[in-house]
Write a protein that binds this ligand. Structure first.
Ligand code: SAM
Length: 235
């Protein structure tokens, strides 16, 4: 029997995350991260999703296409452990895996059939344009184990960081209100995850960071327990 299998892209995820930096490390952590799963012409038919609208959540199987060229190793350092402790790749959800396959549960908000088939989903942790290789309904009776042990990641990460916006940033958000009504909450949720690399989290000096959400270039300063968003520019 062969040990090699080929897979094909069925759809692409469209996501507000335009770069890897600042994407939450798991789905469901940032509720305002809303995106779509857009099917390729071969799968652009309502038959493929008949019955799916009865489910509230989906499993999305995808390819870590952005990091696949970097390869993998048997041991990885989970950011959750500060980047200093090594765990076996199969004891982590690292993107650097022998088969670069990711798996995320997202909430299904809507199914749009026209002009093309697409699933509107909430809470995703995928980069924009991520290739999707399968979609399955989430089955609460089989997939949820409320008493399961979570190893070194047994609770939702908390950072204690709060976020404030400059007057200028609030003005920019107000200007985008019609098209992006949840932009402020979305930025707050993303920054509450503290996207900084683990080795910079103990730094005592203020430092500036930048990220792209949608077409916005967002800049903030971290000092003590404060994220101070000082610039939001549409590009
Ligand atoms: N929930 C998935 C899983 O467990 O398989 C993904 C977990 S992985 C730790 C989440 C990270 O994958 C995100 O923070 C982002 O940096 C990265 N990521 C998301 N989409 C990606 C892509 N298409 N290629 C490479 N990395 C990606």
């Amino acid at each position: 029997m062969t040990n090699t299998w080929s897979l094909q892209t069925l759809a692409y995820a469209r996501s507000p995350y335009r770069q890897k930096f600042a994407i939450p490390r798991q789905p469901g952590l940032v509720k305002h991260a809303v995106g779509t799963i857009e099917f390729l012409p071969e799968f652009n038919h309502e038959d493929f999703v008949r019955g799916l609208d009865d489910f509230s959540h989906l499993w999305i199987h995808f390819i870590f296409h952005e990091t696949v060229k970097k390869g993998w190793s048997p041991l990885v350092r989970p950011p959750r452990l500060g980047g200093n402790v090594r765990k076996g790749v199969f004891a982590t959800r690292s993107t650097f895996r022998p088969n670069p396959i990711g798996l995320s549960v997202v909430e299904l908000i809507d199914i749009e059939y026209r002009p093309n088939l697409r699933l509107k989903v909430r809470g995703l942790d995928l980069l924009d344009h991520t290739p999707v290789i399968d979609v399955k309904p989430y089955l609460p009776y089989a997939d949820a184990y409320p008493n399961a042990r979570g190893g070194y990641a047994d609770h939702r990460p908390t950072t204690g960081l709060r976020t404030e916006f400059s007057t200028e940033a609030l003005h920019q958000i107000a200007q985008e209100q019609i098209e992006f009504p949840h932009l402020k909450a979305f930025i707050e949720e993303v920054l509450a995850q503290d996207p900084r690399p683990a080795y910079q989290k103990d730094a005592h000096l203020a430092k500036d960071y930048g990220m792209h959400l949608y077409h916005f270039n967002i800049k903030w300063r971290v000092e003590d327990n404060l994220n101070y968003v000082f610039s939001i520019e549409a590009e």
